[in-house]
Design a protein around this ligand. Sequence first.
Ligand SMILES: [Zn+2]
Length: 392
Amino acid sequence: MTNKTAISVDDSIAMLDRLIAFDTTSRESNLALIDDVQAYLGELGIESRLTHDETGKKANLWATIGPSGVGGVVLSGHTDVVPVDGQDWSRDPFKLHRANGRLHGRGTADMKGFIALGLALAPEMKRRNLKTPIHFALSYDEEVGCLGVRGLIKDVVENLPLPRAVIVGEPTSMQIIGGNKGSRNYRTVVTGIPGHSSEPHRGANAIMAGGRICAFLEDVQTDLREAADPKSDFDPPYTTIDLGLIDGGTAGNIIPEFCTIRWGMRILPSDDADAIEGRVRTFIAEEVEPRLKAVSSSAGVETIRTNMLPPLLPDTTSPAEQLLRHLTGLNQSGSVSYGTEAGLFQQAGIPGVIFGPGSIQQAHQPDEFIDVSQMESCHDFLLKLIDWAETN
Ligand SMILES: [Zn+2]
C-alpha cells in the first residue's frame, strides 16, 4: 500500500518538459542542466556533489536523500542525448510535445523520462523519514562510451558508503534487465609505403592490407555465430563484431600510405574478450604485418583499444534484482545487447539492474517519445520504492 502523496505524474511531465529543453547532446556541455537540477534540489534542502570532466564543461551529479552514513538505492540516469543531426523530426526536438498519450522530444525515452520521475518525487522522498537513503546519480557522456559515470563511481567508492543497489533507468518498458553485453572499441591504423600505382611492387598498399583485416573480422564473426549457444537469452546469442568506419588513400593512382579501421565487439558476459582480441592481433602480426614489413620496416599495423565497457553479469540473486522483483512482482529478468552503465557499477561492487520506462525502440529515433502510461507506471513503482525505503 502506497502512502498518499500530493505529487502526480503531471509533476514528472512538467519536470521532463524542463529537462528536455536543455540541449545535452553528448558533444555539448551539460552544465546548464546540472546547475538547474542542483538548484532545484538545493531549494528542497538536498545537497549535490559534482564530479567534472577534465575541461570543466561537463559534470556528474550525485545527491542523497535520507541518512548519510549508509549506502542506499541509486537511481541512475545519463543526462546526455544522441544527436538529432540528419533526422527528420516533425517538431522541435528540444521542446516537449504531448499528443495521443505520448510525450515527444529528444531524450524522453532515453532517458530523461526516468530522471524527471525521480526528481519530481524528490520532495516526497524528503518529506518521508527514509531509513534507506535514495541517491540520484546523473552522468554525462554515456552515449559516447559510458565515459562520465566512471568519475562519479570513483568518487562514491572512495568517499561514500557503498550503495546497496543501483537502478539504471534505461528504457526497458518497465521490465527487469539483469545482464548486458560488454564492449571494446579499437582503431587499427595500417601504414603502407606510397608510390605510383603503376609500380605496386615498389610500395605497400595500406588499403589492401586493411581489407584483409576486415575480411578476417568477418571470419571471426562467422565463427562466433556458429558457436552460439541457442539457449542464451541475448539477441543475438553470441559476441558480435562492429566494423563501422574505414578510411584511407589519397587518389586512385597513388598507392595508399594509410588505412584506418574503426572496429569493435559487443561481448557476451560469458565470452573471453581477451581471447577474441588476441586472435585478431595474432592474425595481424602473422599474416598482415610481415608482407608490409617485407617492403619497408617503416610500414606496419598499430591497433589501439579506444574504449572498454564491462558487461553486466546476470545475477538473479543480487540485492538489486531481488529488490526489483520484490517491488514489481516480476519474477523474471532478461538481457540486452547494448552497453549500459550498470556493468561499471557492478564492477565497482554495486549490484545493478536496468529498469526504466519507455521503449528502447524509441531511443535514438526521430520523433522519440515515451508513453504517458509508462511514466505513470514508473511513478507508481518509485512510490513503492519510497515506501520500502521508509521501512527497510
Ligand atoms: Zn540511454
